[in-house]
Design a protein around this ligand. Structure first.
Ligand code: SF4
Length: 577
């Protein structure tokens, strides 16, 4: 395998051997290690000394089920901390098949034309006219016209070009739509700051992953597929209703943040539920289940058509539906689909942008429930990068500060996702303590709190939550390094054969003899690297706290607060520093 390093100042591309210490690392383990090793903590996130690292997971490019996740690492302009933003789509599988361990982008020079072309011959910097200012849909079409219809395309939209700190990096899905993203942490703005509009990956005649023991790999991979498919969530619910199946579940549990986290229940939640979404999709000839990359057997994505039956958007996730729905008191699926498409095209994180719209409503910029107002903010402000548009495109914290809003749901500058931390306390601990800022995927305690997967911990009580969050943060860091989609965790947590089977796949591929304990150690090691790097960036334990209003305001219907002491929160990373 090779590491490619591109410097946009000098326009030089280097091919490097993989250092021995990086050989066992992939995905998040590798991106975080490279950032920690190579980026001076004094580097401005949007300056030429920050780096952007793309790394497929250890299993990406193989036939391991749902193993096509890509890690993108950098210092985040949104949180100011280390960031691993995890994306689906086709890129990771292509990188894996091309035997690319990592692509490191350095320097910065914006001539509006930079495109990296990755193929069997290596990486080349090319100059392409006519891309500047284009949305992700049009940019992707132009690049496929030039480089071939089957290439994987990663692009930034106008938000990234304007360095808005909620900007995402779009990744094309199997239908060539830019509907998957490295969404969190504003890494699209980092790509924009480097003057890099796109990365095109062509896997034609790719050598394919070198497999140490093909038969053993096939056997383990087949077993792992069965483990995933036998589980009711990963094998059934995700495929039938997508992640939006969680709308009614969280609403029932009183943990669906409503009206900028004023309540845990939304009386019109069913209008935007997974069940309603699937009804609309079926009526309009869309697809209720769709995979974001080849080889995903869970297929939680979907194709959402417009009223005339034409493709409108895809990858319409629970988080997105919630962020613009219950959070903004908007109960119109088509309106939310429009905002989802805007985010995909302009290149914005849907969670951050939805949370920001809630804050904008709290600030009185528009009223709660004003669906035309949200559309106007997208079309007239953010897309045109007006001063207000740039502000909204820079996320919840900046917007809240600018308008003097005291109820801003964010931790370390990143908007809080779709589970109220007072009523789903385990995920609240994750939001507060994660190295990534508020991020449900960093330690998805919703499993044991709400879904009764991998055990049962009362979501409304503090007991067991710090331990649960810590264990899940460790496990997640390890999974994020394999390239497996985090949704395999439902099956992994409920089946004791799952982790040994993942280990079997890794051993068969690389000819090594890892044990399940090694995987846990890898997870701990990643968190230590990230935590210690964040310290160098100036983070302290005081940054592991929830905003005041979560501690003071009781959340209906359960009338609960986020009541963890500082010591309890500090216990999570006690032995991970
Ligand atoms: S389960 Fe969903 S997010 Fe995960 S890889 Fe499959 S389609 Fe992508």
């Amino acid at each position: 395998m090779k590491i490619y390093r591109v410097n946009l100042n000098t326009e030089e591309v280097k091919t490097e051997e993989v250092p021995e210490s990086y050989a066992p690392l992939g995905g998040r383990a590798l991106t975080s290690q490279v950032i920690s090793d190579e980026v001076d903590p004094g580097a401005h996130p949007l300056g030429e000394n920050n780096k952007l690292v793309f790394a497929p997971g250890l299993l990406s490019g193989t036939r391991a089920p749902s193993s096509g996740r890509l890690s993108v690492g950098s210092i985040s302009p949104l949180t100011g901390g280390i960031k691993e933003s995890n994306a689906g789509g086709t890129a990771a599988q292509y990188f894996g098949k091309l035997n690319i361990k990592a692509l490191i982008v350095e320097g910065a020079k914006d001539d509006g034309k930079n495109v990296l072309v990755v193929n069997k011959d290596g990486v080349k910097l090319e100059k392409v006219d006519g891309l500047k200012g284009l949305g992700n849909y049009e940019a992707g079409d132009k690049l496929r016209e030039k480089y071939g219809k089957n290439v994987s395309v990663m692009t930034i939209g106008p938000a990234g070009e304007h360095k808005m700190t909620a900007a995402s990096i779009a990744v094309s899905d199997i239908d060539k739509n830019p509907a998957r993203a490295a969404g969190r942490g504003g890494l699209g703005a980092v790509m924009g700051s480097k003057g890099l509009k796109a990365i095109v990956i062509d896997d034609t005649d790719a050598p394919g992953v070198v497999m140490h023991d093909e038969d053993a790999f096939k056997k383990a991979s087949k077993k792992f597929s069965k483990i995933i498919l036998d589980h009711p969530v990963s094998g059934e619910a995700l495929r039938n209703y997508g992640t939006a199946v969680l709308i009614n579940i969280l609403n029932e549990a009183g943990g669906l943040p409503t009206k900028n986290f004023e309540s845990g229940r939304y009386d019109k939640a069913d209008d935007t539920s997974g069940e309603t979404m699937v009804d609309i999709i079926k009526k309009r000839g869309g697809k209720a289940s769709h995979s974001c990359h080849p080889g995903c057997i869970m297929g939680c994505s979907q194709i959402y058509n417009d009223e005339d039956g034409n493709y409108f958007t895809a990858g319409f996730e629970y988080e997105t539906v919630w962020a613009f729905g219950a959070n903004c008191l908007i109960n119109d699926m088509d309106a939310i689909a429009y905002y989802d498409r805007c985010c995909d095209d302009i290149g914005l994180d849907t969670i951050e942008t939805g949370v920001t719209m809630g804050v904008a409503m709290e600030a009185g910029i528009i009223e709660f429930g004003d669906k035309d107002g949200v559309k106007r903010l997208f079309d007239e402000e953010i897309r045109k990068a007006t001063p207000l548009g740039r502000l909204l495109g820079s996320g919840s914290k900046v917007t809240g500060q600018t308008y003097g809003v005291t109820r801003v749901p964010e931790v370390k500058g990143q908007g809080i996702p779709a589970y109220d931390p007072r009523a789903v306390k385990g995920v609240g601990v994750t939001y507060a303590t994660s190295t990534q800022g508020a991020d449900h995927t960093a330690g998805y305690s919703v499993t044991a709190n709400i879904l009764k997967v991998g055990g049962e911990v009362d979501p409304l009580k503090k007991e067991g939550q710090t331990e649960l969050s810590k264990n899940l943060q460790v496990a997640t860091a390890a999974i994020d390094s394999t390239g497996l989609c985090l949704f395999v965790a439902f099956a992994v947590l409920d089946n004791e054969e799952a982790v040994p089977t993942i280990v079997d796949m890794l051993n068969a591929q690389y000819g090594i003899s890892l044990t399940p304990d090694d995987v846990t150690e890898l997870g701990k090691q990643i968190l230590k690297v990230e935590r210690n790097y964040n310290k160098k960036l100036g983070f302290t334990r005081e940054d592991d706290r929830m905003p005041e209003f979560f501690q003071k305001e009781k959340l209906p219907p359960h009338d609960v607060t986020f009541d963890f002491t500082d010591e309890e929160l500090d216990s999570v990373y006690q032995d991970l520093e």
